[in-house]
Design a protein around this ligand. Sequence first.
Ligand code: ACM
Length: 552
Amino acid sequence: MRRFSILAVLLACAACATKVAEPQIVPQPARLELAQGTLNFKGISVCCDTELDSRSQAAVQEFVGRLTLVSGKHSKLAAGASCPAGLSFVRDASVTPEGYRISITPAAAEVRASDFNGVLYAIQTLKQMLPPSVFGVERDRCADWRVPCCEIEDAPRFAYRGFHLDCCRHFFSLDEVRKIIDVMAAFKYNRFHWHLTEDQGWRIQIDKYPRLTEVGAWRNGTMVGGDWESNDGIRYGGFYTKDEIRDIIAYADARGIIIIPEVDLPGHMQAALASYPELGCAGSQPQPYEVWTRWGVSSQVLCVGKEQTMRFLEDVLGEVADLFPSEYIHIGGDECPRDEWKTDPDCQAKIRQLRLKDKDGVSSESRLQNYVTARMQKYLATKGKKIIGWDEILEGELAEGATVMSWRGTEGGIKAAGMGYDAIMTPTTYCYLDYVQDNDLVKEPFSITHQWSPDKQWTENPLTLEKVYGFEPLDGIPAEAQDHILGVQCNMWTEYIAEPDYLEYMYFPRALAIAEVQWCQPERKDYERFQASLAGRQLPILEKLGVNYRPL
Ligand code: ACM
């Protein structure tokens, strides 16, 4: 019996590849030179420079623990900058922020980085050079833990590498959010844009306004598929407490990710209005407010002519700013119909008081929104925060120091950068991962693209993996303004995405294409290499991470 099981293990191992695979790393490092020979990481001793910060030390420790677990041979961790026959992590102030250097010879390996993210990214690169089972939590008895000798020098093209999730149209569990953060970290994303307030649900505890979650977090049903008149009749909702959010902030922080919360204002506020109807435009409502059960752009928006509404916004943003350590708070600003303001006495009085005029094709109501944005910017500045807003904040007068998130194409980003403002590129045409990924609408699950093309079996412009990969964020930006493009972000709006499996299917692998857009200089991008790399290495990694990706 025993002899039989040994034979089974030997046969299983014989079936495993014995050749050391060429590194297939996504995003592709800036420079990677292969050399002769290999170094075996199984049971390798690891040294960690005491000059590295405590988060880096913890990350190295986690890596060593995992290596021991999956390889089945103990790796010893020592404090100290140099392991002559092992793997050393060294702090080196000369390395670019978030960058790293890796040198692997047949005798030893060395990682150099100047900061925490650099250490993390070196570890992620090493993990992608090891068998995918290093991303799992089980011992892999027959994996080959040898890594090819090489020199790698790497640093990101863009400092802002964003990943967005709408948890309002559909609510995602803390476990799912943590899983998303794990995958983000594996592919060197560093900003998680968390969309927390919407017409269809308010998702963040605010102490001063408990009804936002008692009332605003719950809707009486949801429209079914693309049928605007339908309602499934199922009460739906959920929210995150401040303690839960603190846990997620810490979880992301340990993975080099800053969370940027979004409170979308002054439109997309119907859930807040259902909670506190006095914040709406007096007398203009044909029916009481409800947390919206349909998708689209609601005409019911905050009544910003009232001082009470402005105090509400400052209170909410104050609590959000106190909770999130991020330098930036996203204040939304998109898709705010201003029809109610045209007839509302408080809004009109405010327009008169501020002497706002219809001028240069910009209405006085649009300028009223500028006033709200500027006031929130000033308030948040007192809390040491800067604002990001969707590109609608460019209409009229842009608030001081605001960063523009360009979603209706790249024009907003080009304009903002030209005006000397910072911008982040997230155009629908390349970065909206809720759009269908193939032209066969029959085969693909129901998406927002199906909603727009109800009678079509095929769509002419699906957002394929290749299309996403082809995005060049600096196209159209004059050389002198390019530094204002902080980076790129993929967005995920979840009207038609209710389940984690489907969410992951829409993100992956397209989010890995965005990872290369964010990280790689244009000359390092190569779609064929990227695709081969996905097939050979990254899709197996996603499998180990339990991700339901869309097969190539
Ligand atoms: C947006 O997609 N409404 C920013």
